[in-house]
Design a protein around this ligand. Structure first.
Ligand SMILES: Nc1ncnc2c1ncn2[C@@H]1O[C@H](COP(=O)(O)OP(=O)(O)OP(=O)(O)O)[C@@H](O)[C@H]1O
Length: 237
């Protein structure tokens, strides 16, 4: 999660495409390159979703008509779903760069006192990887009925589907209203941004204090991140 004051370089660090200069690539592109190196285009699947949370509404940045996407939680597993969010199968790095560009163009930005192109929404990028591995090799003893002394050692290769998700969130910048001079609609935006950042802060504090209750219900941002925050809780305790 990229968190920080307005104009401190979050979007740049996460999202730079570095099309002409590889050394300028941001975290998203570097991560995708790394995934590309470790997956097979024949056997594995890499999918991408790109959303924004703006004024407490979730919108698809790849298909902007998909607005007001609900957050659905599986009561049994606690897994969070976003029905209606576009999931695109990524072909290669160029395709991925195109998707990032489309998302960037659709994201809410505004000219503020502190950043001429300030993001006014939280951008959520999800890369889902399904990788087929044949790594689990076990030894099984096969006993021949006629001669129990001649046991055979048979290698057992179990194909396993490994599912992983990389979630990268570029949060809208936190700002002090007195410093930013926001008014009218922009003031409304700041209130929503600060509300969700405050509720995220409470969750992070609860994690840091090893509190068994993580207050994820207070904003859409924390509801959306719920299962990820709970994974952190598991690692922490
Ligand atoms: N490492 C860097 N090198 C060169 N320019 C940078 C770097 N980091 C940020 N910038 C520039 O600084 C400005 C602000 O950066 P950016 O928009 O990434 O900030 P931000 O933290 O995402 O802001 P906000 O919270 O308002 O969305 C941009 O013009 C960006 O191009």
């Amino acid at each position: 999660m990229a968190y920080g004051q307005i104009g401190t370089g979050k979007t740049y660090t996460v999202g730079q495409l570095g099309k002409d200069d590889i050394s300028q690539r941001g975290m998203m592109v570097i991560a995708r390159e790394d995934i590309l190196k470790n997956t097979s285009s024949t056997f594995d699947t890499v999918e991408f979703s790109y959303l924004q949370l703006y004024l407490e509404h979730i919108q698809d940045l790849l298909v902007p008509e998909n607005n007001n996407i609900p957050i659905v939680e599986d009561s049994k597993t606690g897994e969070v779903f976003l029905p209606g969010a576009e999931v695109v199968k990524v072909r290669d790095l160029n395709h991925f760069l195109q998707l990032l560009q489309i998302g960037k163009a659709n994201r809410h930005a505004a000219n503020t006192k502190m950043n001429t192109e300030s993001s006014r929404s939280h951008a959520i990028r999800m890369i889902n990887v399904r990788k087929l591995t044949h790594g689990k090799v076990g030894n099984e003893v096969s006993t021949m009925e006629s001669d129990t002394q001649n046991d055979l050692q048979v290698d057992v290769v179990v194909p396993t589907l490994r599912k992983s998700m990389l979630l990268i969130v570029d949060l809208a910048g936190s700002e002090r209203i007195d410093k930013s001079g926001s008014e009218g609609h922009m003031l409304e935006e700041v209130k929503f941004i600060n509300l969700s950042l405050t509720s995220l802060g409470k969750c992070i504090n609860a994690l840091a204090e090893n509190n068994p209750h993580i207050p994820t219900r207070d904003s859409k941002l924390t509801r959306l991140l719920r299962d990820h925050l709970e994974v952190l809780q598991g690692l922490h305790s």
